[in-house]
Design a protein. Structure first.
Ligand code: SF4
Ligand code: SF4
Length: 232
């Protein structure tokens, strides 16, 4: 999809999200009554392929441990010279059997009080995904019935707090994506660059076989350069 269409689609998504009543989300949180049983699977690749960070979380991760982040996987673009572009950073996973988060130790988060936005709101979410029939509908709980406990009593104030935090997190994600797309549109135009899918596919195949790639990561309204190979 061309970049202007992607920006327009993200802006529509943002308007729909802002129009979603927070009260409705709080009611669903109350009805589902989810309680975390601290199994820690969401801090491993068993549950989450990667943990994407908002700009503000990247700044904090760098303060805590600069080695804790890496360019997020699945870059959105690759130009005709073979340089990739991705909208942000993700938490590094350890090279253990479960691909556990850099900060997970003995099944506990060692920065729990300082954990990042996504770690705070999970498993609550608020975006639209297609159901089995392909019909787009809102989803509010990730991995429903696959983890944790249900139908527990959650105080009204906590439901409201979780709903507000979740909606704020989701809007921040979309705003970050819109900023990235707008920046890339302008950057490509100024530097006579264009996305080339074939170059993307060729370079990704090379990357999978151990070649180094150059990747530009969008952070704090600029691009940061990295060179990575598949020993991640
Ligand atoms: S949120 Fe779910 S997956 Fe994560 S630790 Fe709690 S119960 Fe386990
Ligand atoms: S920072 Fe903590 S809560 Fe977040 S994924 Fe890592 S271990 Fe889990």
């Amino acid at each position: 999809m061309p970049i202007p269409s992607r920006i327009a689609a993200a802006e529509r998504e943002l308007s729909e999200l802002l129009a979603y009543p927070q009260e409705r989300l709080a009611t669903i949180i109350k009805e589902v009554g989810f309680r975390c049983d601290c199994c820690s699977r969401c801090c491993t690749r068993a549950f989450n392929g990667h943990v994407f960070l908002l700009d503000r979380d990247v700044a904090r991760a760098r303060e805590i441990d600069p080695e804790s982040i890496e360019p997020a996987p699945y870059p959105e673009f690759c130009d005709q010279n073979g340089t990739f572009y991705v909208s942000g950073y993700a938490l590094k996973a350890k090279d253990d059997d479960s691909g556990s988060c850099h900060f997970l130790e003995n099944n506990r988060c060692r920065i729990y009080d300082n954990r990042f936005s996504i770690c705070r709101v999970y498993p609550y979410m608020l975006h639209r995904e297609p159901d089995e029939q392909g019909k787009l509908d809102w989803r509010q709980i990730a991995g429903l019935d696959k983890h944790g406990e249900y139908h527990t009593e959650i105080p009204e104030s906590l439901c409201q707090e979780a709903a507000a935090e979740t909606r704020e997190y989701e809007t921040a994600c979309i705003r970050q994506e819109i900023s990235f797309l707008t920046y890339i549109q302008d950057y490509f135009s100024r530097n006579q660059l264009r996305h080339v899918q074939k170059t993307y596919d060729d370079r990704m195949r090379g990357f999978a076989s151990g070649d180094e790639i150059r990747i530009m990561v969008f952070w704090s309204s600029r691009l940061e350069e990295h060179r990575i190979c598949n020993a991640r």
